[in-house]
Design a protein. Structure first.
Length: 398
């Protein structure tokens, strides 16, 4: 990582707390010094420096405005004689921030925003936007997001699949509709997480999920051995239809909530601790023994809760057939829930998306960034134990 020596003007530093726009002036000063340092690195020479390593000469500056969350700043971009100055600084303006601004701008331009949204937009962007500006920015971002969301998935298999949906408010045909953002996360053969795709549907019906899974498989999704989800009827039916040879793991967190919702509050703490012990049992037989004890203790006190536990038990402990290192992270949809929290944090600002394209843009940009972090970070699983566990089953199938 490059390191640069930055000098700050004392008046600008004091102005952070005393003047409007003080922070933007500080950012502007720092970034301009970074640009000067980067052109020096590219040319391998400082201004007026005589050296055999010099790769070219400076040729003045051109001004470029950059919209940031601290306001609009003016950068002095160095020009290079007989060449071009290259920097990653502008590319690092994150796609999700652009998408959030674009969604807000669309609301203003289309006349569906409130005064509060207009005020937020102006604070974020520091300026007003015309329809043509919005269209140009949308085209630039949409292409990147669409390409990522349509990428091929057949290079590797995905033994583990976690799916969930998020309900959003979208303006459609002049009315505000509830639409479901369907989302899939996979763990590939090497143990890395990937966000496989996002698709907008009118509901969480079997047909909507079926179209989603068909779309994923059409892009090359294969090798699915375990699917984790909640027990939404349409989703479970679609999983059974499209992944017939895979195990379905019912999310233990959702089942626990359903059970406790039907249980008297006075029993919540004691029952919750016993459910935790049940779902983290070392194997399925121990889990069944624990189930018998829970049913005996609570059937008279919370009959409806025990009925829900019995109905969901087998699907909730399916993960216990898998090697222990994979159970904790695959027994729930918590990995998707955390992504949903990030989406909700941005969605609360917008409240109602002006159209489906803005949903794809904002959520797609956010998910694309997270996918890049996962793909370049640490492995989610060491898959050695899984492949060893799979060997006897593969041999038996042959």
């Amino acid at each position: 990582m490059a390191q640069y020596k930055i000098t700050l003007d004392s008046e600008i530093v004091q102005g952070i707390f005393q003047k409007d726009g003080g922070l933007s002036k500080l950012v502007e000063q720092v970034l301009n010094q970074v640009l000067d340092a980067q052109v020096g690195e590219q040319l391998q020479a400082e201004p007026y420096e005589r050296t055999e390593k010099r790769q070219g000469y400076r040729n003045g500056y051109r001004e470029r405005e950059m919209v940031t969350r601290v306001g609009t700043i003016t950068l002095d971009v160095p020009l290079v004689r007989n060449g071009a100055f290259s920097t990653e600084l502008f590319a690092r303006y994150q796609r999700s921030e652009q998408a959030l601004i674009l969604a807000l701008m669309e609301m203003v331009v289309n006349g569906v925003s409130t005064r509060k949204v207009r005020r937020v937009t102006e604070e974020l962007c520091g300026t007003s936007f015309s329809k043509s500006t919005v269209s140009d920015l949308c085209r630039q971002l949409d292409g990147v997001v669409v390409d990522w969301n349509q990428r091929r998935l057949d290079e590797k298999g995905f033994p583990f699949l976690i799916v969930d949906a998020l309900v959003l408010k979208v303006r459609k045909d002049g009315h505000i509709r509830s639409q479901s953002a369907l989302l899939a996360i996979g763990v590939n053969d090497d143990g890395y997480r990937e966000i496989l795709g996002l698709r907008l549907g009118d509901s969480e019906s079997r047909d909507s999920w079926g179209e989603f899974f068909t779309w994923l498989k059409g892009r090359g999704l294969h090798g699915v051995d375990l699917v984790t989800s909640d027990d939404h009827a349409g989703l479970v039916q679609a999983i059974g239809q499209h992944f017939q040879n895979a195990t379905w793991q019912r999310c233990q967190t959702h089942l626990t909530r359903n059970i406790l919702d039907a249980c008297p509050k006075a029993l919540h703490d004691s029952l919750h601790s016993q459910l935790r012990a049940l779902f983290t049992a070392p194997d399925q037989q121990v889990a069944r023994n624990l189930l018998d004890g829970i049913l005996a203790a609570y059937s008279d006190k919370a009959p409806q809760a025990m009925q829900r536990l019995e109905n969901g038990f087998d699907d909730a402990i399916a993960i216990l057939a898998y090697p222990e290192p994979y159970r904790k992270r695959l027994r729930t949809t918590n990995i998707v829930e955390r992504l949903n929290e990030e989406i909700r944090r941005r969605e609360r600002v917008i409240r109602i998306f002006p159209n489906g394209a803005s949903v794809q843009r904002l959520l797609g940009a956010l998910l694309m960034e997270q996918d890049e972090i996962w793909s370049t970070g640490r492995k989610y699983f060491d898959m050695t134990a899984y492949w060893e566990w799979r060997k006897p089953q593969a041999q038996a199938a042959d």
